[in-house]
Write a protein that binds this ligand. Structure first.
Ligand code: FE2
Length: 287
């Protein structure tokens, strides 16, 4: 066969194949992934049939996302988070047996240097907001306590802001704490009720989604990381059941088992009870 006969003529039907056929080692993982991504892009172009001008706008948007990213702000991560890609990767990689507490994404406000506090103490250093008591238990799949568990929590204040977003307004480490479970796996601390908040809408990703009427909101929640020797680390949330916007979490973190009632009785104020179920570390799955 002549060399000319081997050539794949580039047209609408063959475009992805023409690209894929040029890889020297088509079985290489990078080649396979690139071929798949480019194949999907070609499919999208064929479906939506953009003009050159419209395609230019797509490239302009991607350029802007890059320019909006620096060491303090990662617009690409925000993009991945807001389109559900981060949650999907999390879901695929940290599937747990039924009954175990699911993982959700950590979000951008975690601090590794959270100070340890005594059980029962308050993490609200400025005392502003509606008092809330959090009590919980860390256990294994058989319901046995994990007394060595470390509970790290962080949350927004009553106005929906994290301490590291407002370094001039909130005391350092406000609404953050590291606790150690007691011999029965239990812990409790005092705080204030968190408010929901908007995700950054001032960059290219937020502007694009807001323009399309897409909600950029997170319902009220508490963040947790649970650690214990021999167990898989859990990164998760607890959501306030009464938040009317539970169904539109911009980061796709809401799972039924993570939604809890924040119950108020006249005498003791508002309280939420939580239970975290950890599983033994699995080979190759450590975090
Ligand atoms: Fe949050």
């Amino acid at each position: 066969m002549s060399r000319a006969a081997d050539l794949i003529t580039f047209n609408e039907a063959t475009s992805a194949e023409a690209f894929a056929s040029r890889f020297g080692t088509p079985d290489d993982a990078t080649a396979r992934l690139l071929s798949a991504v480019v194949g999907q892009v070609h499919e999208l172009i064929k479906e939506f049939r953009p003009t050159q001008e419209q395609w230019r706008k797509v490239i302009d948007f991607l350029t802007e996302v890059g320019h909006a990213s620096d060491e303090r702000r990662q617009e690409w991560v925000l993009f991945s988070d807001l389109v559900g890609a981060s949650a999907l990767v999390e879901e695929i990689n940290s599937r747990r047996p039924a009954g175990a507490t699911p993982n959700t994404i950590r979000g951008p406000f975690f601090r590794t240097d959270t100070p340890e506090r005594a059980l029962g103490s308050s993490i609200s250093l400025d005392g502003i907001g509606e008092p809330l008591e959090v009590e919980g238990r860390v256990e294994d799949l058989d319901g046995l306590p994990i007394p060595t568990a470390e509970i790290i929590t962080w949350q927004a204040n009553a106005e929906g802001y994290y301490e590291n977003q407002q370094p001039d307004l909130q005391p350092e480490f406000n609404l953050r704490g590291l606790f150690r479970a007691d011999p029965d796996g239990r812990f409790h601390y005092r705080t204030v009720r968190p408010a929901g908040y908007g995700v950054p809408g001032d960059g290219p990703v937020g502007r694009l989604l807001a323009q399309a009427g897409y909600p950029l909101h997170r319902p009220a929640h508490l963040h947790f990381v649970l650690r214990a020797p021999g167990f898989e680390t859990i990164t998760t949330h607890i959501y306030d059941e009464s938040d009317p916007r539970l169904g539109e979490d911009a980061l796709f973190g809401v799972r039924p088992e993570l939604v809890r009632p924040f119950e108020t009785d006249g005498r003791s104020g508002t309280k939420v009870s939580v239970k975290f179920v950890m599983i033994r570390a699995r080979p190759g799955k450590s975090k």
